[in-house]
Write a protein that binds this ligand. Structure first.
Ligand SMILES: [Zn+2]
Length: 172
């Protein structure tokens, strides 16, 4: 009992995961380095945060002040581990699919400029349907809402795995 109490999390911020996070973070830079850089997508990592910055990337890339890595988002894509799946279907979709796919791509590019984590992994036709895998549950929802705003139709969300994975269905 005493032992159990000792191990119980006190609720202090960062106490439970802080140490593990520090020792296992593969992106933490070593002495003299300024940032980690993803060699696939050029994302930068500083102060525990991923971001895009063209100027900083130009200044640091290829030099000895960076640690070259593959970012978590590119790893997810490589391992095919989606956070959300958006399925598009219906007669209207069939007729206008090219236009709707362009909207999806533009919207994903807009979000992706600001956010390293949010990307479309792949788009796979399944019969008359289109299945869109995204790296985050947030992006799948965002894309579903963007299509709904533009074209109305039916939009439905189904959550799983403690809200870390979502299936989004749009149909018209
Ligand atoms: Zn990357």
């Amino acid at each position: 009992m005493g032992k159990y109490q000792e191990r119980k999390w006190t609720g202090e911020k960062g106490k439970k995961f802080g140490h593990v996070g520090r020792t296992e973070d593969p992106y933490v830079v070593e002495g003299g380095q300024e940032a980690a850089i993803c060699t696939k997508c050029n994302a930068l990592y500083q102060s525990k945060r991923w971001f895009f910055d063209d100027n900083l990337h130009r200044r640091l890339a290829g030099g000895d002040k960076v640690k070259e890595v593959i970012c978590p988002t590119c790893r997810k894509i490589k391992d095919r581990y989606p956070g959300g799946i958006l399925t598009l279907s219906g007669e209207f979709f069939k007729e206008r699919s090219q236009e709707i796919i362009t909207l999806l791509e533009n919207e994903a590019a807009r979000v992706g400029k600001r956010s390293v984590a949010d990307r479309i992994m792949r788009m796979v036709p399944e019969g008359d349907k289109l299945v869109v895998e995204t790296t985050t549950e947030k992006l799948a929802q965002h894309l579903g809402r963007a299509i709904y705003r533009a074209y109305k139709g039916e939009l439905d969300f189904r959550w799983a795995e403690m809200n870390k994975f979502v299936r989004v269905y749009w149909s018209r």
